[in-house]
Design a protein around this ligand. Sequence first.
Ligand code: NAD
Ligand code: 6OD
Length: 499
Amino acid sequence: MLKADPKPNDAGTASRKIIRHFIGGEFVESGKTFDKRSPVDGKLIARVCEAGRAEVDRAVTAARAALAGPWGRLALADRVDVLYGVANEINRRFDDFLAAEVADTGKPVSLARHLDIPRGAANFKIFADVVKNVPGEFFEMGTPDGRGAINYALRTPVGVVAVVCPWNLPLLLMTWKVGPALACGNAVVVKPSEETPQTATLLGEVMNAVGMPKGVYNVVHGFGPDSAGEFLTRHPGVDAVTFTGETRTGAAIMKAAADGARPVSLEMGGKNPAIVFADANLDAAIEGTMRSCFANCGQVCLGTERVYVERPLFDRFVAALKAGAEKLKLGPPAEPTTGMGPLISHEHRGKVLSYYVKAVEEGARVVTGGGVPDMPGDLKDGAWIEPTIWTGLPDTAAVVNEEIFGPCCHIAPFDSEEEAVSRANATGYGLAASIWTSDLARAHRVAARIEAGLVWVNSWFLRDLRTPFGGMKSSGIGREGGVHSLEFYTELKNVCVKL
Ligand code: NAD
Ligand code: 6OD
């Protein structure tokens, strides 16, 4: 059952709801606030406190103090227990998280129920298991006196980690960083997206409920430049910055972290291809491509925006994807038949629509969509957009090269495996790709040649959290996931003992 607090339509209640920072275990207000509006109908949901330098400094100081306190001395087994507690408490308050995430994003309840919230909880459990089971490293060596020496590696926390998050999968992508950071014994200061402040704040309640020491988990709200994001990533008390978002923001954060030569982990944009060979199972390829293009209204970093289809299958594929897109029901999140929600904001819709216009200017054939749907009643004021498919553009077109981050794709035919690989790789990005074929030898061959951190064969968004995750080229720096997260969230120290 979805709780509605406040009711999306109740502007009176909404204007009284304030989303606070969470610093040192307390919910903290600051004088300056900004409005959070529903993507579904444009109504005011809440006012969000905006952190200035003072609140950011207070959060970093609280995190540093936590490292020097009981958290820093907690035995690994006890740390693991606290993280299991966090996962269990998120699941216990599942409906509260669901309501908050759906209110902020406008995504269908069915999607958030199956993806965002359970994976948000799983991020604490899985990384607790990872740190519990990671083996040590040990070497014996000879010495001239014949007594020898032993070497062993110790992992220690990096310290205070800044976690800067996007709005598309807010809880999932925030906990994907906070889970491993805390499992490795760090303290964090989270800067959620200004568009999606609620679940990060709610997680503060969870931390207090499970007895997480104060200051281990902190949240500061605000924007990027000249606001909480910049103040946090520039703060000298931050030891490392982990970020998910646009590539150009990642570049700005890298510059900020260069002061003090602090490490960064960057998960950034993509322009992901799907390659569909003529021998693919068409139904499976259509089902997977429907999800990869239109799930979460196309706002998934791993989503497909370029589809290459082997020529004999091209017309049938385009017709089937068109039929699928035209069947997608746009509607309110709680409606069980809703297949697609709105974009996150009117501002983002402006950006996506500018590509819809550009596609036509560049000579695209609009197979379906291309505009703003006529929504009933209050929904008229939401950030709705039509799922859109284009064909007929050259690979040099802006729409085929630049990340749009909306429910749209361009489909082009190809004639050989070589051509498909080279066109798929002809981008500055390298996040993800999908290959659809029944020839497994070819699948392995093509997967090895695709320049992307993650390649799916006959699937999409199927990912074990223990696997490495990250982008090549301008899609990312570093890998997180499973034991790979330890590379970023711990310092590795060798201890050499002369016997
Ligand atoms: P964004 O880069 O605009 O914002 C991300 C976060 O950075 C926000 O919290 C924002 O306030 C903050 N920020 C902005 N400028 C900053 C600055 N100068 N200093 C510090 N912080 C700053 O991204 P978005 O619009 O929230 O998310 C969409 C983008 O995220 C897309 O490009 C998408 O591909 C990418 N993304 C990537 C992944 C991945 O895993 N590779 C996952 C999800 C989203
Ligand atoms: O699978 C995940 O946990 C993950 N990090 C997904 C990223 C999706 C990007 O929008």
